[in-house]
Design a protein around this ligand. Structure first.
Ligand code: BGC
Length: 776
């Protein structure tokens, strides 16, 4: 197919998808929604976050640049900057977006206009225009303008410094590829670097990417490249923020949330990633730095790395078993913030250990030269513990525990005897007798409360108990509470919603049960209104700044109130297991503590405004290939220490009101049917009290333990409360139940009314929480 035809076909396909989805992203709707209103304080906050996310990987002193000197800017992404990834986690309707060129102009920097005009003329040619493709088929990068040696040389006659932008995109439903233009540089990009490096003595490379991509070329160019900075997908203020760092308004203070290996094959998961049916997590707990600490020769830059324009002296002032205090002094010549990373070296013991685990982190305020601050980093035993599969428990083995803060010894303690930190139940292993576990946990039915018909308003007013109200709901009302309204962009919700749950049928609404609007996330609100577009998840993790994260999500919460959104479908918090995962940009890090703490901050921010967060995707959605059918085969220890740990921290520390399951299977059982995930672990062990929803649509299946139960009945038995958006993926069945939930109700081996009531309690509990906050 020629290019033009392909583009037209792509546009048609996108139109079709939009119409099936109810045109949730139609620009007409967004425009009809009104003014490009911007929340007070949002631009400044987003700019700070994006600047704090920049990770300076290399600098020979060229940065910060002198704002009085002109720069020559290469790479089309100077204008076609990638602000966020594709898919549900992107596509926020930002009121504006500042590209690098926009940022340079705003900062009053002189750029080489001649070179810029060459780029503009080239970008204006139809076949060179940035084409966004369609769902699952968006470009990984745009074709780059070829840069001849002559072009570079002539620009070098006018400017002393070149800035080169390399841009990469990624998105949902598709992996990045081990190809030029995705993981690797294209020949045109290499040609651009060759020409620029041969002509300029100062070359600054900016990486505009959400995923880690191949960086081995930085070694080949050696000192010809003066500075390399990872700018991520920085949201709508990205261009301003990057300039703040380039020209020294902000000293870089982002750190790598992921290890950068020299070769793709060096990543421990690379041999077991992308499987069409399953992936063996053969690397066990040795993901990210837990592996590279043992193989440092494979690294280009380690987890936690990032340069600054200033320097700091850290002095440990105190420590105990659960806390380290440090005094940080800015010993350099410019103001800056310091990130503090606290690791623990656990004793060798009987369980194989990583060399160190991250147990806490923090960030100072901006310190003036000579200024200092004391920071306390606290944690508890669970951060130091390992999961012992033979005991089904988190334990501290006997021996010495040594703390290390930014490379300094920071105390520790000795344990003469092992300690059990938490006794668990074996979960997701296929070993436990899940059938009996479920039967023992079956909830009793709440008998019908006689008397006048109750409404949810009576419960809100304290005139009736929630159980009494639930006891009066009919079977079909209980069924309706266990699924969404059946479509994306439901007319019952906020325009552009991803789905609506709660009052999805008239009789429920008559009883005071209102519809609950659920909207994507995580990079802001994805609705048919103008909303703040945030830096992507990985960028936010790179700030290592939980306070900033919380503040950003208070902003999300305020926008939710303004537009009537109830549930924010974020944060995305799957672990970065492999750099090719198409949705890594939405997620935080290879490390569960960084992921969990960042997610907890996001949840606290949104929920401080009386709205609900929905951390996702629970659990092990670590690849996009065949994401609805793929099986993540992972040992229980790695599951608990790496893939569930972030969710555990988030649930224990921030109590999200909802959680979304993942599409994939975990050890053979789809997450949306997974009793151990949703009930044994999430609620039983971590104390989750909210409502669990599926990711959008689910796969049909029969329960192996209870053969009479299939699909929605199988799901409700697992205590996955709500099927979203509500249908089984068949347009004809919208608005209607598929019948699988009530078919066996009250029959031998069937679903029980008690289970339906339990799900209703979780959904209505959410509404009560949302509305209580509203009133208060
Ligand atoms: C994604 C979720 C998203 C949902 C609703 C799914 O395709 O996996 O992350 O929240 O769609 O848009």
């Amino acid at each position: 197919m020629n290019k033009k035809l392909e583009k037209t076909a792509g546009r048609l396909i996108q139109k079709l998808i939009d119409s099936v989805e109810g045109a949730r992203l139609s620009q007409e709707m967004v425009k009809a929604g009104g003014l490009k209103e911007i929340m007070p304080g949002a631009p400044e906050l987003l700019r700070t976050a994006s600047a704090e996310s920049c990770v300076l990987l290399k600098n020979d002193g060229t940065l910060p640049l002198d704002p009085a000197e002109p720069v020559a800017v290469f790479g089309r992404c100077q204008s076609d900057w990638f602000f966020v990834g594709y898919g549900s986690g992107g596509n926020v309707n930002a009121p504006y977006k500042v590209s690098l060129i926009g940022g340079l102009r705003n900062a009053g920097i002189k750029i080489d206009e001649q070179l810029y005009s060459e780029y503009e003329a080239w970008r204006a040619i139809e076949e060179n225009m940035a084409d966004e493709g369609w769902w699952g088929h968006q470009p990984f990068s745009y074709p780059e303008m070829p840069v001849s040696f002559e072009l570079a040389r002539s620009a070098a006659e006018r400017c002393g410094t070149a800035i080169v932008v390399i841009g990469r995109a990624a998105g949902e439903d598709r992996e990045n590829r081990l190809e030029k233009g995705s993981y690797y540089l294209t020949d045109t990009e290499t040609g651009m670097l060759d020409a620029v490096c041969a002509s300029f003595s100062h070359v600054v490379v900016l990486m505009n990417t959400g995923n880690i991509v191949d960086m081995s070329w930085t070694e080949a160019y050696e000192e010809k490249i003066s500075a390399v900075m990872l700018c991520w997908l920085g949201g709508m203020e990205a261009g301003n923020a990057v300039c703040d760092v380039l020209f020294g308004k902000v000293s870089p203070c982002g750190k790598l949330p992921d290890s950068i290996a020299r070769n793709y094959e060096d990543y421990p998961s690379s041999a077991n990633f992308g499987g069409l049916e399953y992936n063996d997590y053969a690397e066990d707990i040795f993901n990210g730095f837990r592996y590279f600490d043992i193989h440092p020769e494979k690294l280009l830059w380690p987890f936690g790395y990032g340069l600054s324009y200033t320097s700091f002296a850290d002095e440990i002032t105190d420590y105990s078993r659960s806390c380290v205090r440090v005094r940080v002094t800015n010993t350099g010549t410019v103001p800056g913030k310091e990130v503090l990373q606290l690791y623990c070296r656990q004793p060798k013991g009987n369980i194989p250990k990583a060399r160190r685990v991250l147990i806490a982190f923090g960030k100072t305020d901006e310190l003036q030269p000579g200024g200092w601050q004391e920071v306390e980093l606290s944690f508890n035993d669970s951060y130091l513990a390992s999961y012992d599969e033979t005991l089904s428990a988190f334990v501290l083995e006997a021996g010495s525990y040594a703390y290390e803060l930014n490379g300094l010894d920071a105390g520790g303690f000795e344990l003469a005897e092992p300690v059990t930190v938490q006794q668990c139940r074996p979960a997701c292993t296929g070993l436990a007798d899940v059938k009996n576990r479920i039967l023992r946990g079956l909830p009793a039915e709440t008998p019908k409360k006689d008397g006048p018909a109750l409404s949810l308003d009576d419960v809100k007013a304290g005139k009736a108990s929630l159980d009494d109200f639930i006891s009066q709901l009919s079977d079909s009302e209980l069924e309706a509470l266990s699924r969404g309204h059946g479509m994306i962009n439901s007319p019952l919700g906020v325009p552009g919603n991803a789905g609506v749950m709660g009052g999805v049928i008239p009789s429920l609404r008559e009883k005071g049960v209102r519809p609950v609007s659920c909207c994507d996330g995580p990079a802001g609100l994805r609705i048919a209104r103008y909303c703040s577009l945030m830096p992507c998840g990985t960028a936010l993790a790179a700030t290592f700044n939980t306070q900033l994260m919380e503040e950003l999500h208070r902003l999300t919460g305020r926008e939710m109130i303004k537009y009537g959104v109830d549930v924010h479908l974020g944060p995305g918090m799957n672990i970065h297991r492999n750099p090719l995962c198409g949705r890594n940009f939405e997620y935080f890090s290879e490390d569960p503590v960084l992921s969990g703490k960042m997610a907890a901050a996001a949840v606290r921010g949104v929920q401080s405004q009386g709205r609900a967060s929905c951390p996702k995707h629970f659990a092990c959605n670590n690849q996009e290939t065949k994401r609805n059918t793929n099986d993540s085969r992972v040992g229980e220890r790695a599951l608990r220490e790496i893939y569930l740990r972030g969710f555990e921290i988030c649930v224990r520390e921030a109590a999200p009101l909802t959680v979304m399951t993942s599409y994939n299977k975990v050890n053979g059982v789809w997450s949306h049917y997974n009793y151990d995930l949703a009930t044994t672990v999430l609620r039983g062990e971590w104390g989750f009290k909210g409502c669990v929803m599926t990711d959008w649509w689910m796969k049909r299946s029969r329960s192996p333990e209870f053969p009479k139960l299939r699909d929605n009945a199988y799901r409700v038995r697992a205590q996955v409360d709500v099927l979203m958006p509500g249908d089984m993926g068949h347009i004809a069945k919208r608005y209607r139940s598929d019948g699988t939930l009530l078919k066996t109700l009250g029959r031998e081996g069937g679903i029980t009314r008690g289970e339906l009531q339990r799900g209703a309690r979780n959904v209505l509990g959410l509404i009560l929480r949302l509305d209580a906050k509203k009133q208060g």
